[in-house]
Design a protein around this ligand. Structure first.
Ligand SMILES: Cc1cc2nc3c(=O)[nH]c(=O)nc-3n(C[C@H](O)[C@H](O)[C@H](O)COP(=O)(O)O)c2cc1C
Length: 181
């Protein structure tokens, strides 16, 4: 039976959404793993209940998860009280304007959220190939996916290396599902 990944994200201006789309592209490279992209504006709790893994991401706003994503976190408290997501895989991603931008705080926030739900955290063990915009994991992040977007339209940023990193991340999580679940 095919495994299911849900990617839940918020994106105010489209940059984080683009990353989510590339994560989904990576998942689609792996046979027998289906993917559902879900914006926090249109949460389908049944799809999340049926998912084997939930990948969660949002932009870093003021050193924190963006408010609409935090609203999703808070809305999951009923699921939390039943511990209904226990044992699902979880992973996280964030994107911000700064090279650091305090993105780590957001990945930690998402990871802690996943721990409250009893989920199993999957990191991003991808060795950086460098620090240029076309490099893989140029942020050197291992807890989850970090990307950086300039103040430019989504057609130009985040750069190709971050998009390829997102694709790698999706593929890796899909392979991890098949290995562990
Ligand atoms: C309200 C707000 C707060 C922000 N705070 C940060 C921040 O703390 N660190 C940072 O590097 N960038 C910050 N940014 C920049 C965004 O993270 C960046 O523009 C990102 O690409 C937006 O992603 P989106 O298009 O998915 O909304 C902020 C932007 C906004 C609108």
């Amino acid at each position: 039976m095919a495994k299911n990944i849900a990617i839940v994200y918020h994106s105010g201006f489209g940059h984080t959404q683009k990353l989510a789309q590339y994560i989904a592209l990576g998942v689609s490279q792996i046979a027998d793993v289906d993917c559902c992209l879900m914006s926090v504006e249109q949460i389908d709790w049944q799809i999340l209940a049926d998912a084997d893994a939930i990948i969660m991401g949002c932009p870093t706003y003021m050193g924190s998860a963006s408010a609409p994503f935090k609203a999703f976190m808070d809305a999951s408290s009923k699921v939390w009280s039943e511990q209904a997501w226990q044992g699902k895989l979880a992973a996280g991603f964030t994107n911000s304007g700064g090279l650091s931008g305090d993105k780590l705080a957001v990945l930690q926030q998402i990871q802690l959220f996943a721990m409250q739900h009893g989920m199993l955290w999957v990191g991003m063990p991808l060795q950086p190939t460098g620090t240029n915009p076309d490099d893989l994991n140029r942020m050197g992040s291992y807890m989850g996916l970090m990307a950086q977007s300039d103040s430019a339209p989504v057609e130009h940023t985040p750069p190709v290396g971050d998009l390829k990193t997102a694709e790698w991340f999706g593929e890796y999580i899909a392979k991890t599902i098949l290995r562990w679940l």
